[in-house]
Design a protein around this ligand. Structure first.
Ligand SMILES: Cc1cc2nc3c(=O)[nH]c(=O)nc-3n(C[C@H](O)[C@H](O)[C@H](O)COP(=O)(O)OP(=O)(O)OC[C@H]3O[C@@H](n4cnc5c(N)ncnc54)[C@H](O)[C@@H]3O)c2cc1C
Length: 366
């Protein structure tokens, strides 16, 4: 099926869902834990309608189409403000890592359950002392005969307690034995494994979307390792570039917010200027994302940075009265927006990537 015909079919299906009031509100890249069942049900409907695993091979439950088809679906979903996938961690990051690095058995075990929403994934990368500098992570995985024994602590694990499985980065060579990027491995972990515990963390929006995860003598089977032993950094970096690409592709979803900005009657020239500037930035980001095309790259950092900063500005311009700053959709946006500056790599870190890897500036001193 060519991309235009596929996009038309997607728009028509989405319009039917909308007419039947069967479209969920877009929850963004991260599915909040409390609505996981709604997410599973939506993912199942996408799968049944042929809009899931669009560019994955058919033998693992996909449609066998191209990244351009996936992009067309993402745009069609964004136009009606519906979530394109259940969550990014499972359908974009984990699936991408599995497709690139997984054995046939690993792909067959995980992908068919992931594409239908039966297996929901979370991401256990960040630690209390390893966020931006992720390679400093200290959670340890030691070989123990055929198995791995894992000990450590992870934090900011979005929907950790609602997920069935998680992707985990852990140190397999001590910091004294190898440069810090070269001693890390990447694992697939059943969240019900004995010794693994989640504890919800409440954030300033009032909800608890993250968990702290402790791993105490957690035993993982040999096939939990994804990709080369000690080569987990490369697996994770491939996955995170996809994450930024996915967040960047969210520019399309901005359109209706931008139009709402223009429709609103400003009370002063200053307010008008601010709205017009935010509108122009948003349109530029949407065009930048389109130009990048369907494949995530280092350039995704540009869109990720721009969107995170614009989210702050949009939240601020939407709050136009004192009442807005009390509990309201506008105040929710104000307290929620700073998270976008941190998740998926902070704005400062995106600026470093843009400077060093896109513009070729000297590397920052270590
Ligand atoms: C909404 C959201 C969802 C998240 N979901 C997950 C998840 O599911 N799984 C997961 O593993 N993690 C998750 N995280 C964690 C996220 O990846 C980290 O918060 C992020 O990487 C920053 O790490 P940190 O919080 O430890 O801050 P730090 O790294 O301690 O940074 C503190 C400050 O210093 C700045 N800084 C740090 N290094 C540099 C530098 N070299 N140059 C300039 N400035 C610098 C940062 O920009 C930041 O302002 C999530 C975070 C958020 C907000």
């Amino acid at each position: 099926m060519d991309v235009d015909a596929f996009a038309a079919a997607a728009r028509s299906w989405l319009a039917d869902q909308k007419a039947a009031s069967a479209l969920p509100t877009d929850w963004g890249a991260i599915l909040p834990g409390p609505i996981t069942d709604l997410g599973r049900e939506w993912q199942r409907r996408l799968y049944d309608a042929g809009f899931a695993g669009i560019d994955w091979p058919e033998e693992y439950g996909g449609r066998g189409l191209t990244p351009e088809h996936t992009m067309a679906w993402g745009e069609a979903a964004a136009e009606v403000e519906a979530p394109a996938v259940l969550n990014m961690v499972g359908l974009v990051l984990t699936a991408g890592a599995l497709l690139t690095f997984g054995t046939h058995e690993q792909k067959s075990t995980h992908l068919p359950l992931t594409v239908t929403g039966e297996r929901v994934w979370c991401q256990m990368f960040s630690e209390p002392d390893a966020g931006s500098d992720l390679a400093s992570l200290t959670t340890k995985a030691e070989r123990d005969g055929e198995t791995w024994r894992v000990n450590g602590r992870k934090v900011w694990t979005s929907a950790g307690n609602a997920a069935d499985w998680g992707i985990l980065m852990a140190r397999t060579k001590s910091l004294s034995a190898a440069p810090k990027h070269e001693g890390i491995s990447f694992f697939l972990v059943d969240m019900l494994t004995p010794g693994l515990q989640t504890r919800p963390l409440r954030q300033m929006t009032g909800s608890a979307e993250f968990d702290e995860v402790t791993l105490d003598e957690v035993e993982l089977p040999a096939d939990a390792l994804l990709g080369p032993e000690h080569g987990g950094w490369g697996v994770a970096m491939g996955a995170l570039t996809r994450e930024r690409g996915f967040i960047g592709a969210g520019a399309k979803a901005l359109q209706s917010h931008l139009e709402a900005l223009l429709a609103h009657q400003s009370r002063s020239r200053v307010e008008t200027d601010r709205r017009v500037a935010a509108y122009a930035t948003g349109r530029t980001l949407a065009l930048l994302s389109q130009r990048q095309g369907p494949t995530a790259s280092v350039a995704s950092s540009l869109a990720k940075l721009g969107l995170a900063e614009l989210a702050m500005e949009l939240a601020a311009v939407r709050a136009t009265s004192a009442a807005d700053m009390l509990r309201s959709p506008a105040s929710d946006a104000v307290v929620g927006a700073p998270g976008a500056r941190l998740g998926g790599g902070t704005s400062e870190v995106q600026r470093n990537i843009i400077g060093e890897r896109l513009l070729g500036l000297p590397r920052e001193p270590k």
